[in-house]
Design a protein around this ligand. Structure first.
Ligand code: F6R
Length: 224
């Protein structure tokens, strides 16, 4: 089942998804979560930190990570430490970024009984995690080259386009689709068109997020 919800503000988007995460880890303290980075979830992380939840038994997997020095301020490892991990009681060895060998990373997810809740953002080209247009619907965790559009979009976090890493490790579309529940967040008018194409258009590898139409437990929240 897919539900699409328009919210009135970024604040409401952030608090709505934070409430879903809160409910998940309060009802199921052993939850396994998949978490995104980027600008969209920043407000949600702020809300979650302010809730002062018990993260001590929660296990997290990040969707993706640039291939770069993990101590760089723009690495996704630095982002997660700054916005969530260093501000909660999550155990450092309970939070995982995609690692090599990728089969071991995938096994870790399967071995932890699978993902209960996966939170996603969406790129302006329809990517989810760093599964760029053309990614196989069966794809698993792997190294990818970032799309020109993604590099351009993400240059706002770096000094210039030339400073944006060109490669990343990402969970695959198949990996994401194995999650029991998926929540997709989108913020801003620049995401409206691709969100509409992904949720109501043809299911095609040219629009990676369109695969979500085939998942039976997806909620989409957006604001413009
Ligand atoms: C990041 C990720 C990406 C972002 C997407 C949107 O971990 O998975 O797919 O969700 O690029 O990024 P923002 O939120 O910055 O527009």
């Amino acid at each position: 089942m897919k539900t699409i919800n328009k919210l009135s503000s970024y604040k409401e988007l952030s608090s709505t998804v934070a409430d879903i995460v809160e409910e998940q880890i309060t009802k199921h303290p052993l939850s396994k979560l998949v978490l995104p980075t980027g600008s969209t979830p920043l407000g949600m992380y702020e809300e979650l930190v302010n809730k002062k939840l018990d993260w001590s038994t929660v296990i997290t997997f990040n969707l993706d990570a640039y291939l770069m020095n993990i101590t760089h301020p723009q690495s996704y490892q630095s982002y997660m430490k700054k916005n969530l991990f260093d501000r909660t009681n999550i155990y450092p060895n309970h939070s995982h970024f995609p690692f090599r060998p990728f089969s071991a990373f995938e096994d870790k997810i399967v071995g932890s009984m699978g993902i209960d809740l996966c939170i996603l953002g969406i790129g302006t080209n329809g990517h989810i995690a760093f599964n760029e247009p053309g990614s196989s619907f069966d794809s698993r965790t792997r190294v990818v080259h970032l799309d020109e559009q993604t590099i351009k979009d993400n240059s706002r976090f770096f000094g210039s386009v030339d400073d944006v890493p060109t490669q990343a490790i990402t969970m695959g579309l198949g990996t994401i689709m194995d999650s029991k529940k998926i929540v997709l967040m989108a913020n801003g008018v620049n995401k409206l068109n691709i969100l509409n194409v992904a949720m109501n258009g043809e299911v095609t590898e040219d629009v990676p997020a369109s695969i979500l139409q085939r998942h039976d437990n997806v909620e989409v929240f957006y604001c413009d």
